[in-house]
Design a protein around this ligand. Structure first.
Ligand code: MLT
Ligand code: MN
Ligand code: ZN
Length: 308
């Protein structure tokens, strides 16, 4: 299996269009050693031709341009994207669906809660009825139920519920439901390889233990370095945890959590533009390196093509 990081940034991207924080202005001025990043999405394939898009970012056009494997290569109208899986209903993970409207009906895997939010709060699915149409494929998370996709044989997917929050526009924003937010275990059955992907990981929960312990690779929430990052910058009144993102530093943070799992390769993804780890020369980035934690970038590839 091969996993491509299409976009490694959180909502807003890096640099964010209206942001003058040290990171965004430093990147624009060329005074910061850092890479620009598009909004949150990955793609996974077993055969290299058919790809599952996991999250549809508003930057999807740029991401398709940057990744030839997703481009039309066979017929007059064509795509390497065989299906789409959504881990939540957030804008940075779903509005790219509009950009796929010229194609065939879209097979979209998501929970009933996400489908509801994309039919009511932000009715992307209803709008797409006037274009390509969406064929909803339900994800069952209680209990997590593994499944395969006809278009991607050899790939086993397990959606895992995460304690988090529905997006601000959700009719049940303040009334959390199981299925508002998930992680997904991505398994190459023939090669026995497992990647656990959870860009919205708000807190450790007992049922997540086996996924973290047994994966070959973790792609986990890298949104914020500190819990009060946005508050200290005067950009928000909410802590990282309150909006469903476990910060990296501090007691019970992501660094402490990951230290408990010796097996997996550890990669942070969905990085907010305010996060100091984007600066490759920062002490925070060095601290991650000391803990064996990597930072995802656009174009990063995880290749488990080898048979084990
Ligand atoms: C989040 O995950 O909290 C988002 O990046 C918010 C957004 O896309 O606006
Ligand atoms: Mn997000
Ligand atoms: Zn910024």
């Amino acid at each position: 299996m091969k996993l491509l990081v299409l976009g490694s940034s959180a909502g807003g991207g890096f640099p964010q269009w209206n942001c003058n924080c040290a990171n965004c202005s430093g990147l624009r001025r060329g005074t910061l050693r850092a890479r620009a990043r598009t909004q949150s999405s990955i793609a996974v394939s077993v055969n290299g031709d058919e790809w599952l898009l996991i999250n549809a970012s508003p930057d999807i056009h740029a991401q398709i341009r940057a990744n030839a494997c997703l481009q039309p290569g066979r017929r007059l109208r064509d795509t390497g994207i065989a299906g789409v899986l959504l881990i939540d209903a957030q804008i940075d993970h779903t509005t790219g669906l509009f950009m796929l409207r010229e194609g065939k009906p879209l097979d979209v895997w998501c929970t009933p809660q996400v489908r509801y939010d994309l039919s009511a709060g932000n009715p992307i699915f209803r709008v797409l009825e006037h274009f390509c149409r969406v064929r909803w494929q339900p994800l069952q998370v209680a209990p997590p139920t593994s499944f395969t996709m006809a278009a991607l044989p050899g790939l086993l997917l397990t959606p895992v519920p995460l304690a988090s929050k529905a997006p601000p526009f959700s009719p049940h924003r303040h009334d959390a439901h199981v299925g508002d937010n998930i992680g997904v275990l991505i398994e190459d059955v023939a090669r026995g390889r497992k990647i656990f992907y959870a860009p919205g990981f708000g807190a450790m929960e007992p049922q997540l233990e086996p996924y973290l312990a047994e994966a070959d690779c973790l792609l986990l929430d890298g949104t914020f370095w500190t819990d009060d990052e946005m508050i200290r910058l005067g950009l928000s009144t909410h802590t990282a945890r309150a909006i469903g993102h476990l910060p990296q530093s501090g007691p019970n943070g992501m660094i402490e959590l990951l230290a408990r799992y010796p097996k997996p390769r550890k990669i942070l993804i969905h990085i907010n533009n305010t996060n100091p780890i984007l600066d490759e020369d920062s002490p925070e980035r060095a601290e991650l390196a000391r803990h064996g934690i990597e930072v995802a970038h656009d174009g990063m590839a995880i290749d488990y093509g080898d048979a084990t």
